[in-house]
Design a protein around this ligand. Structure first.
Ligand SMILES: [Zn+2]
Length: 269
């Protein structure tokens, strides 16, 4: 079974999500963990988790979407959503983004720290975003003791040294479609242990791609997993088993929820 640990399917209609999940199932995708990026999209993601058994959700405010500090009321809303169903299995998507035009950094730091606090309070792992901010992201994760709940460095596309920093801090690195085209990433990944890797697509609508069939979807996990297997000289089944076992370890009691909705989801460890 393949697991998409990070996607954004909230802006699709219920019917479209059903079709996307079905296309994923056909290539062995067991389930998808869709992220929230705002309060509203977190809510919508939870709604979809109620609709589809193989859809699990995160709640979180993305660093590019912070508009003000996570005050008590916002924290409480996130907390209430996370507790509203056992199908919320991660705090996602949170982090720091220092790209030009990104929101005020002081507000980003505050929102990131508060959401790690929430993750620790609820004992949920975090899926984090880092763009042009790795050292600061790692510092905040360390200071806020995010390693106590663990998590995933999402959409990893950097070098081996950065991957090792994330892993040493207690996190998995998550690989997506850039693995198919970035030589430096391919070199880095060839040297990493499968025990430290998970997979994702970060799938979201891509209207800038004229052909709908080219939009990234969970079904693309198959080519990412095959590429990883080739780079490591392993069988694709080994990649499937290892990355599923990693998600099982990551989710902890959340995995019990997964097996409740998907009774066949029991990868070997
Ligand atoms: Zn994302």
């Amino acid at each position: 079974m393949l697991i998409d640990c990070h996607a954004h399917l909230d802006s699709y209609s219920d019917a479209e999500v059903g079709e996307i999940l079905e296309r994923g199932r056909r290539v062995g995708v067991g389930f998808v963990m869709s992220a929230g990026a705002t309060l509203k999209t977190s809510y919508r993601s939870i709604e979809l988790a109620h609709t589809y058994d193989d859809f699990f959700s995160g709640v979180g405010i993305h660093p590019m979407n912070v508009t003000g500090p996570v005050d008590d009321a916002t924290y409480e809303q996130l907390r209430a959503m996370a507790l509203s169903t056992e199908k919320v299995v991660v705090i996602s998507e949170i982090g720091l983004d220092f790209m030009e035009g990104a929101p005020d950094r002081a507000i980003q730091y505050q929102a990131f720290r508060e959401q790690i606090r929430l993750a620790r309070e609820l004992r949920l792992p975090v899926v984090f975003h880092s763009r042009e901010a790795h050292d600061e992201v790692f510092r905040v994760l360390r200071e806020e003791r995010a390693y106590e709940v663990g998590g995933v460095m999402h959409y990893f596309q950097d070098d081996e040294n950065t991957a090792r920093k994330a892993i040493e801090l207690g996190f998995y690195v998550s690989l997506a479609r850039p693995l198919l085209r970035l030589p430096h990433l391919q070199r880095a990944v060839a040297n990493l242990s499968l025990d430290d890797i998970v997979l994702e697509t970060d799938a979201a609508p891509q209207p800038f791609k004229p052909k709908r069939e080219n939009w990234t979807e969970p079904r693309h996990l198959r080519v990412i997993a095959d590429k990883l297997a080739a780079l490591q000289g392993r069988a694709p089944e080994e990649v499937e088993e290892a990355t599923s076992a990693n998600i099982r370890a990551l989710l902890g009691r959340g995995w019990q929820t997964v097996t409740k909705y998907l009774p066949t989801a029991q990868p070997a460890i």
